[in-house]
Design a protein around this ligand. Structure first.
Ligand code: ADP
Ligand code: MG
Length: 241
């Protein structure tokens, strides 16, 4: 369980990006964050893994306590994987080496400069297999299609063996059919492996189809929090002003 307790975020020289917000994310739950551009979706996700520090309030992780200090932050990040829209792959190296980067959080900086143990290679290959890309493990990452690269980004996240995946508009740059396939894959793997997910999306139809829970953000405030079946047109209008 990961929770925000009265967390607000103010960027330097900006208005409040997140107004004081209290939210808890249960293990196994697939949560979708919906909201227009600028609503605070990315800020909320970055707060959940400590990339953005709350201006007030606290982020708390079940087994670690409040997310403060380098050691706790490092532990939390090791077990929390991020998936991005611009999957942040390194194009000129192999798919496998990109996926191996998911293992680096488990090593010190100095150790991570040396070749990783065989076990990490096995975990990386298994992760590629889960996204159906084991056969292109040794291919340069930049030779893959956008949809495939997105799946490599997911494999890298899985190689971290995370308890939680945070995905910031992971399918925004894909065409609708590819986006749906990519989200189906993410959803099915999270369910099968009991990984909690918090995923921001801007497609309402995808949110409805995949979310256990939808959190609607508008101008840095939670204006809806419930199951997809409870999200009616009036509430959608509220989220999207
Ligand atoms: N690094 C930053 N510095 C200053 N302001 C930021 C930064 N990132 C986001 N913001 C502002 O915070 C608000 C929320 O942004 P963001 O979390 O990116 O929303 P979303 O992901 O929903 O589009 C916006 O007003 C945005 O301009
Ligand atoms: Mg964003």
């Amino acid at each position: 369980m990961l929770s925000l307790n009265a967390v607000s975020v103010v960027y330097p020289g900006e208005r409040m990006a997140i107004h004081p917000t209290t939210l808890a994310f249960a293990p196994d739950q697939f949560t979708v964050i919906l909201g227009p551009s600028g609503a605070g979706k990315s800020t909320l996700l970055r707060t959940l893994n400590g990339l953005v520090r709350p201006s007030s309030g606290a982020v708390t992780v079940d087994k670690l306590g409040e997310l403060v200090g380098r050691l706790r932050m490092r532990r939390h990040r090791a077990s929390t994987a991020m998936v991005f829209q611009q999957h942040h792959l390194i194009g000129r190296i192999s798919v496998l080496r990109n996926v191996l980067m998911g293992r680096l959080g488990y090593y010190s900086t100095a150790r991570s400069l040396l070749p990783l143990p065989r076990r990490d290679h096995l975990i990386a290959m298994e992760s590629l297999d889960k996204v159906g890309l084991a056969d292109v493990a040794l291919v340069r990452a930049d030779t893959l299609s956008g949809g495939q690269q997105q799946r490599v980004g997911l494999a890298r996240a899985l190689a971290q063996q995370p308890g939680l995946i945070l995905a910031d508009e992971p399918v925004a740059s894909l065409d609708p059919a590819t986006a749906r396939r990519a989200l189906t894959l993410l959803h099915d793997i999270c369910k099968r492996e009991s990984i909690a997910a918090v995923v921001s999306l801007h497609q309402v139809d995808l949110a409805r189809d995949f979310a256990d829970r939808i959190v609607g953000l508008s101008r840095g405030r939670v204006v809806f929090d419930g199951e997809p079946g409870d999200l009616n047109q009036q509430q959608l209008d509220h989220i999207y002003h």
